[in-house]
Design a protein around this ligand. Structure first.
Ligand SMILES: [Cu+2]
Length: 134
């Protein structure tokens, strides 16, 4: 019975992952939080940040001491600029970002970019599913 349930879960994951079209993943801002703060996407997907309140930035990099901060993007996120978007079409990997004025208050997030679907073979998909749990 248990294996049947896992089979169903895995089948559901495979079905979702096989959708090779580029997606837009939304991240909300509320107070000093990006919600969700961690997202897992595929190469070519776009993340859209949606302003909630206050004045913030969405800035690429691991923080104010990251020499590469803002090398990918540095968006305002405030009452005037209520959305920001970035398409992750670079190499797969971890892409941290943060809010400049609130970095020291822990306003950070991370985007994990998985390899893009190539042919949608089961093996490629399965390795992506496994990568979610590593
Ligand atoms: Cu902020």
């Amino acid at each position: 019975m248990k294996s049947m349930i896992w089979g169903a879960v895995i089948a559901a994951c495979l079905t979702i992952s096989v959708n090779a079209s580029a997606d837009v993943i939304e991240v909300a801002q509320d107070g000093l939080l990006f919600i969700p703060s961690e997202v897992i996407i595929q190469q070519g997907d776009t993340v859209r940040w949606i302003w909630g309140n206050g004045a913030h930035t969405v800035t690429s990099g691991a923080g104010l001491f990251d020499p590469n901060m803002a090398s990918l993007f540095d968006f305002p996120l405030d009452a005037v600029n209520t959305t920001a978007e970035y398409t992750y079409d670079g190499p797969p990997g971890e892409y941290p970002y943060f809010c400049i004025p609130h970095f020291f208050l822990g306003m950070t997030g991370n985007v994990t970019v998985l390899p893009a679907e190539t042919t949608g073979t089961e093996e490629a998909t399965w390795s992506q599913v496994k990568a979610l749990f590593q």
